[in-house]
Design a protein around this ligand. Structure first.
Ligand code: GLN
Length: 280
């Protein structure tokens, strides 16, 4: 069987099992088995697979069909144009979280921001994307999960920002040694009753937002005053339908603050940005 034939069969099987992006996922899995780049894959389309390669490839396809995410099978996930190491101790970074990075970079262009905390950093994708784009900024990244922080540490090494990002084990803002200018966070916000099938593979700790999905977000918002400078910024990712509850909460906690909601590419309100003013 040639690479081309393997790809088209894989695409058919994946699509028939309702896997979105069947063709991309098939490609990622085949490249993983063959350990080749995308360019090489396209150059080698007419090459034959060895029987061992064929077996290995169909093994990865059957793991995928049993629900295991491609990123855990390959150990890779792209986020903000960067390649991250990933394993099942950390949530797989989602494309919609790139909006958080964009919002922070935009703010940093127009305001002086010298310290940032990424709360619940997981594999470190947000903190590292920020570190690479904001070379002057000092970044703290916290996570309550020690195994997740190990994944973040590997990614900091991979992207050579281990000196710039301080990884701190602990709950939310507790481990921060000083108040910062900006807090950015993608906390767990999925309702417990709505945890999706990928929660069989991804850490539930990173997804479970309690009975209404907002338990963690509420907890963080209440801690913010002690750990954010008086004119600091808080940027939160949230889920579909949570915008009103989150903005109402923030208005009640910070009546003077400015609050902005930004939709993602699918039009879902995804990021809330809070700007504290001196009066709070
Ligand atoms: N966006 C993720 C999902 O729906 C949830 C991530 C989170 O809880 N922070 O799978």
């Amino acid at each position: 069987m040639t690479l081309k034939q393997a790809l088209s069969q894989a695409k058919r099987v994946l699509a028939a099992n309702n896997i979105e992006d069947a063709s991309l996922e098939g490609e990622l899995l085949l490249r993983h088995v063959l350990k080749i780049s995308r360019v090489q894959l396209y150059l080698d389309l007419d090459q034959e697979l060895t029987s061992q390669q064929e077996t290995d490839f169909w093994d990865t396809i059957s793991r995928r069909l049993s629900g295991e995410p491609t990123a855990y099978i390959t150990g890779h996930r792209e986020f903000y144009g960067l390649d991250f190491y990933i394993n099942s101790n950390a949530l797989i970074p989602r494309p919609e979280s790139e909006l958080l990075v964009e919002k922070v970079l935009h703010l940093a262009q127009h305001h002086s921001i010298s310290t940032i905390a990424d709360v619940g950093t997981g594999c470190g994708a947000i903190a590292i994307s920020l570190a690479l784009n904001l070379p002057q900024v000092k970044i703290y990244a916290t996570d309550i999960s020690a195994p997740a922080l190990e994944v973040a540490a590997m990614n900091c090494q991979r992207h050579r920002v281990a000196q710039r990002i301080q990884l701190l084990p602990g709950d939310m803002l507790e481990p921060l040694p000083e108040p910062v200018d900006l807090i950015v966070t993608n906390l767990p916000y999925v309702k417990y009753s709505e945890l999706h099938p990928s929660a069989d593979f991804e850490p539930v700790l990173a997804l479970n937002g309690g009975s209404d999905g907002l338990e963690k977000i509420r907890q963080l918002c209440r801690q913010v005053s002690n750990k954010l400078h008086p004119e600091g910024y808080l940027l939160l990712e949230m889920g579909q339908g949570q915008s009103e509850a989150v903005t109402t909460l923030l208005h009640s906690l910070f009546p003077q603050a400015e609050i902005e909601v930004t939709p993602d590419l699918s039009g879902i309100d995804r990021v809330v940005s809070l700007t504290l003013t001196s009066g709070r």
